[in-house]
Write a protein that binds this ligand. Structure first.
Ligand code: ZN
Length: 152
């Protein structure tokens, strides 16, 4: 078990387009395991590899109901709209109001190299969009209609 250090803005890796995983090898499995431990250690809802300084298209999410591991995730469809307050481990001390799709359909690969197709709504859909944004070098403050300090 290993807990990674979370990188925060303005680290360059958070602004890069992450590279696809071409082969699921021991390194990728270790990355997934350690990202999972790191997400839980920091009490996060999700974590994308760029947030620990690794520019790969790997995401872990736990919406409180289920744990997800997504390799090379792609949003195939999105529907509706939801607006809520959001934060990010890589943007400490800041919250912002972000409008996102209410439902998304995401295609990804799991750790066994199998294709998974996930229909997500509400909080899970928000988490998926937030984490997949990280793979494109986008942080939530780019999309926020208003931003404020967490302590206000
Ligand atoms: Zn984030």
């Amino acid at each position: 078990m290993a807990i990674y250090k979370i990188v925060a803005v303005p680290e360059k890796v958070l602004r890069q387009k992450a590279k696809p995983v071409t082969k699921i090898n021991a390194g990728v499995l270790r990355l997934l395991d350690n990202m999972k431990d790191t997400m839980y250690a920091y009490d996060g809802l999700g974590l994308a590899a760029p947030q620990i300084g690794v520019s790969k298209r790997v995401v872990v999410i736990d919406d409180g109901e289920k744990y997800y591991e997504l390799i090379n995730p792609v949003i195939l469809e999105s529907e509706g709209e939801q607006t809520a307050s959001e934060g990010c481990l890589s943007v400490p001390g800041v919250v912002g109001v972000v409008t996102r799709a209410q439902k998304v359909r995401v295609k990804a690969m799991n750790r066994d190299g199998e294709e998974v197709d996930i229909l997500a709504a509400d909080l899970l859909a928000r988490a998926m969009q937030h984490e997949i944004d990280h793979l494109e070098g986008i942080v939530f403050t780019d999309r926020a209609s208003s931003i404020e300090s967490e302590n206000n």
